[in-house]
Design a protein around this ligand. Structure first.
Ligand SMILES: Nc1nc2c(ncn2[C@@H]2O[C@H](COP(=O)(O)OP(=O)(O)OP(=O)(O)O)[C@@H](O)[C@H]2O)c(=O)[nH]1
Ligand SMILES: [Zn+2]
Length: 231
């Protein structure tokens, strides 16, 4: 750590670490990478960190900033780490997560996990959208460990997304693995690309839903889900 900081305070003028020139990115990784950062192999990847940090540094420079300014010295590495976290869902398998906690059970009423926090990135602007997901299903002989539902929401949310596809993907994964009588998913979210830029609307909420099985064929079941989830 200390030697890293020393290097940061006194960059070698012969090796200006300029992202945008060949080799700049890997210099940056050597200078900034902290070993602890990459312990979570499912989230952080040392092999792409250098290139990401180089791109981040270039973005900072193109904004008109001095990337060697003290407060910004480690920012490219932080941006790389943050980007890897926000997109780590690509490396996760939703079916494997759901299959890891399936239990035979005769319970045949609705199971609802509601108010699951969702943080995702819109694929058009790479800006966050965030809100809540409500996931219900009616078992058909087996139930899933409750925590696996929010975990599966995160598998798909931690990718570049549109809210509609995120909603469908959660429904389809639960339907595919549990083979229940039906699945219902509602997501309510606010999109920063509509709030802090673009349309600049601060209070609009987008609701998407995806249903299958009995939630499509039985209006009472669907109504009960909507009442419990969003009422
Ligand atoms: N359907 C859908 N659209 C989204 C989502 N996230 C962002 N968008 C929209 O994606 C659209 C991209 O439109 P473009 O006209 O190509 O991009 P833009 O010029 O930045 O548009 P504005 O946001 O209107 O300034 C915008 O209307 C966004 O509101 C999402 O999850 N679902
Ligand atoms: Zn957007």
């Amino acid at each position: 750590m200390a030697s890293n900081e020393t290097n940061e305070q006194t960059p070698d003028p012969q090796s200006p670490n300029g992202a945008g020139r060949p080799g700049g990115a890997s210099d940056l990784a050597v200078r900034d990478a902290s070993p602890l950062l990459y312990e979570r192999k499912d989230v952080y990847h040392a092999d792409t960190a250098a290139e990401l940090a180089g791109l981040a540094r270039r973005q900072i420079e193109l904004a008109g900033e001095d990337a060697e300014r003290q407060g910004l010295l480690k920012t490219p590495e932080r941006m790389a780490k943050s980007w890897q976290f926000l997109t780590h869902g690509y490396g996760l398998d939703p079916d494997e997560i759901l299959r890891s906690a399936l239990f035979d059970e005769d319970y045949s009423e609705m199971v609802l996990v509601k108010d699951i926090e969702v943080y995702s990135l819109c694929e058009h602007h790479a800006l966050p959208f965030f809100g809540k997901a409500h996931v219900g299903y009616i078992p058909n002989g087996r139930i899933v460990g409750l925590s696996k539902i929010p975990r599966v929401v995160d598998v798909f949310a931690r990718r570049l997304q549109v809210q509609e596809r995120l909603t469908l993907q959660v429904r389809d994964a639960v339907q595919r693995v549990l083979e229940p009588e039906g699945v219902a998913v509602v997501i309510e979210a606010q999109h920063l690309c509509m709030m802090m830029r673009g349309a600049e609307k601060q209070n609009s909420m987008t609701t998407t839903s995806a249903m299958s099985g009995v939630f499509l064929t039985n209006t009472d079941t669907r109504a009960e889900f909507m009442r419990l989830a969003t009422g």
